[in-house]
Design a protein around this ligand. Structure first.
Ligand code: UDX
Length: 437
């Protein structure tokens, strides 16, 4: 089948590559000419090596191409996946302008084509967006009616950055919300051969499943941070506590890792958006407000630990390792490195930072600090270090790097280093939720 994907971001390209690998012909459209050029040369506009490898193969074989002509791309396809971003507005509400622009292109294409097509919203949108925003725009601008002239579905994406291809090829579940049976059936045929359970729902339930999933993950993280903050004050190691808690199958062991909080392009945005959507219905979600408040405070916990070790931070040289919102990616959207470094600067610390991939993106957010070209260089002469992102290579920091520090203090902001190894290398180890000395 010929498939159109609107939006060459993480979700769009993972979707395109996945269906391309399943034998479909894919055309990806985007408004950014740089992205188009990059995709057509087989290169991703972001760091995700396994996805890039497959993209390259598909482009070479002529099974995936990118274009700026979204109308033409929709017109020539049977199914269109709308994968544009829905970033946060200051109110927490999602910004629907990119979605509106995509709907307008879809409408233009439908107006000038006679065959039945299915439009699938994959962008994360709050409940009722597909039926009350997407559908009216397409119907009004195209003069066609949903359910009769074209199909409409909502098919949320659950992939994580860093494992985008694997998550997209082998999702834990596939949710197909549809306006009617016909649209949903057509989209379901695309998922033939996937080994994942498929859930057929209406449009709003599909939208809500995505938010319920992401807000639950955020809740687990804020819960872990709350427990960790208590453990550190009780002289207990939260890693052991949470590991054992996670053995209860009703709880599960994943996403119980405390740290400086959750960042990225999804979790913070989705919590805010659902809270705002509920407020519009007159419902005040205290849970969502509280988990955001815990998340906002969490970088200060790392700073508190650092201060407990070296005292006032004024004029101290502080190394921050990891600037991406998590290890293994170059994405700095809502990275906790921003509040962390902002608090450090407010305390008049001199910040030197390093990240294996994210410096070019991060430098645009905070250009005024010093950037190192390696973890070793970053630690040299430092009065303390906070590890903000869980890059595996930071586990290799040893005696040599630590002995070059002025004060050998490591604050593990992601609780992924082994305290024994760090101590053996000669540093004092502090970690979120690590109450042992
Ligand atoms: C997330 C969801 O996991 C994914 O299902 C959805 O489709 C998109 O949003 P992603 O943005 O890639 O994926 O990040 P994720 O791996 O979930 O991590 C989000 C943040 O939470 C990161 O800052 C990470 O460091 C933090 N985190 C994660 C914790 O602090 N503790 C944990 O136990 C897990």
């Amino acid at each position: 089948m010929r498939i159109c994907v609107i939006g060459a971001g993480f979700v769009g390209l993972a979707t395109g590559v996945t269906f391309g690998k399943h034998g479909h012909e894919v055309v990806v459209s985007d408004i950014d000419p740089v992205r188009i050029k990059s995709v057509n040369s087989g290169a991703l506009p972001f760091f995700e090596p396994p996805l890039e490898k497959e993209l390259k193969t598909l482009v070479k074989k002529g099974r995936l191409k990118a274009t700026r002509d979204s109308v033409g791309a929709v017109r020539s396809s049977k199914v269109t996946f709308v994968c544009v971003q829905t970033p946060s507005l200051p109110s927490g509400r999602i910004d629907t302008r990119p979605l509106k622009a995509a709907c307008k292109s879809v409408a233009k294409a439908l107006k000038s084509s006679d065959d039945y097509k299915v439009i699938v919203v994959k962008s994360t949108v709050v409940p009722s967006t597909t039926d009350s925003f997407v559908q009216p725009i397409i119907e009004r601008d195209s003069g066609r009616s949903a359910g009769k002239d074209f199909g409409l579905c909502m098919n949320p994406e659950f992939l994580q950055e860093g494992s985008a291809l694997r998550d997209s090829m082998m999702p834990s579940r596939i949710v197909i919300g549809s306006i009617d049976r016909r649209s949903g059936d057509l989209v379901e045929t695309l998922y033939k051969g996937f080994k994942s359970p498929i859930f057929r729902t209406n449009l709003r339930s599909a939208e809500m499943i995505k938010y319920a999933s992401n807000t639950f993950l955020a809740t687990k993280i804020s819960y872990s941070n709350e427990i960790a903050n208590m453990c550190v004050r009780f002289g207990i190691d939260s890693a052991l506590v949470l590991e054992v808690v996670g053995k209860d199958p009703r709880i599960g062991s994943l996403f119980l890792r405390p740290g400086v909080g959750f960042g990225g392009s999804c979790l913070p945005k989705d919590v805010r958006a659902l809270k705002d959507r509920a407020r519009l219905e007159g419902y005040n979600s205290r849970l969502l407000s509280t988990l955001l408040a815990i998340n906002d405070e969490q970088p200060r916990e790392a700073i508190r630990l650092l201060e407990s070790a070296i005292g006032s931070l004024g004029n101290k040289r502080i190394a921050v390792l990891g600037l991406a919102f998590k290890g293994g990616v170059d994405d700095v959207r809502e990275t906790r490195a921003v509040p962390l470094i902002t608090h450090l600067l407010a305390k008049h610390a001199r910040v030197v930072a390093y990240d294996p991939m994210a410096i070019p993106n991060f430098i645009r957010l905070i250009p005024t600090i010093e950037y190192a070209s390696s973890a070793a260089e970053c630690l040299k002469g430092a009065d303390g270090c906070i590890v903000q992102a869980d890059w595996l290579q930071f586990k290799k920091i040893g005696k040599k790097e630590i002995s070059s520090m002025r004060q050998r203090v490591i604050v593990d902001g992601r609780r992924f280093l082994d305290p024994v190894v760090v101590k053996k290398a000669g540093a004092r180890y502090f970690g979120i939720g690590y109450g042992l000395s």
